[in-house]
Design a protein around this ligand. Structure first.
Ligand code: AKB
Length: 323
């Protein structure tokens, strides 16, 4: 990588940021990846600067000081936390994006990645195999900011020829970092409880079907999209993308194949309504056609990998009985 072609990850301590930073460091080298977050990381794997994404002047200083050409803007408040503080969600999710897009328009950055979400869809969206182009009627502040953000990305791409790329992520499941404040967080928490030998109290009903993606697939999709040729990227709002769909009961069942005594109870709270407004499954044909997207993990292979890695990280012994 040339000197003035460095990468900036904003929100690097989050669930996706932690894993994406590792992949970027492995691909481009740690001297070319600068990480920022509002909080100090527990472990620094590359250069770190504390940054509040609402501080545009500080953001500009970092971009100039480190000769940044590519920005991964991951700082955001998610769906459940967003409902506790809608105004802060609007501010962080929208101002952060517009600051980055404006810096791109002014010529400070060449390329931007910004994650959208299945939260842009709502109760009146077709639920099954939700198409790329369809009714978007988000019911949460998080979803509203993601939809508005998608339109901003498309606008800056069309009007100012900004190379901005985006994915509409489903629920993400990974073992390296915990999610915070999302409706799909249960799908991570459940594995931690199972490994601790505890019962899991799920905040969604057992038959709530949602789309998910295992973190290695999410990282692969992001890297693949960002490494694609400009002409391959025909969608400049955000690409539908998915790994597989499942219910909390199906995850519990997959865990029981490895930890037979695992128990779960269902105690739905306010997050049930959010989950009910989201798609059951996603049609990601555009991503497959444009830049060759193909997930590697399904529920069973994700469960095996999650439990194996969590037991390694927490030094707990479990026998992975692959059936
Ligand atoms: C959330 O649950 O809010 C996120 C998402 C689906 O965007 N994981």
């Amino acid at each position: 990588m040339a000197e003035n072609n460095n990468i900036l990850v904003i929100g690097a301590n989050g669930q996706l940021g932690t894993e994406l930073t590792l992949a970027l460091v492995n691909t481009y080298g740690k001297d070319h990846v600068i990480t920022t977050d509002i909080r100090e990381p527990t472990e620094k794997i590359s250069l770190f600067e504390a940054l509040d994404v609402l501080n545009q002047e500080h953001l500009k200083q970092i971009i100039q000081a480190y000769q940044i050409s590519e920005v991964y803007l991951l700082a955001a408040l998610l769906s459940a936390r967003g409902e506790q503080n809608p105004m802060l969600t609007w501010q962080v999710n929208m101002d952060g994006l517009i600051h980055v897009l404006e810096l791109a328009r002014e010529g400070y950055i060449k390329k931007v990645f910004w994650p959208s979400s299945i939260a842009i869809f709502g109760a009146s969206t077709p639920k099954k195999d939700t198409p790329q182009e369809t009714i978007t009627s988000p019911d949460t502040m998080y979803g509203i900011t993601k939809l508005a953000g998608e339109r901003l990305c498309a606008y800056y791409a069309k009007k100012y020829h900004i190379d901005v790329r985006s994915l509409r992520f489903p629920g993400l499941v990974g073992y390296n970092a915990l999610p915070g404040g999302g409706t799909t967080d249960f799908a991570v928490d459940i594995y931690h409880k199972a490994l601790e030998g505890k019962k899991y109290h799920c905040f969604l009903q057992e038959n709530t079907q949602l789309p998910f993606m295992y973190m290695p697939d999410a990282v692969k999709a992001t890297m693949q999209l960002m490494q694609s040729q400009n002409h391959q990227v025909t969608v400049r709002s955000s690409y539908n993308i998915t790994g597989f769909s499942c219910t909390p009961a199906a995850i519990a069942e997959a865990i029981r194949k490895i930890i037979p005594g695992f128990e779960i109870t269902y105690e739905p709270d306010f997050r049930q309504q959010i989950a009910d407004s989201w798609p059951d499954s996603i049609d990601d044909q555009m991503a497959r056609k444009d830049w060759g997207w193909q997930p590697a993990f399904n529920l069973e292979s994700m469960t095996q990998d999650m439990l194996m890695n969590l037991s390694r990280l927490h030094k707990k012994e479990i026998i992975i009985d692959i059936v």
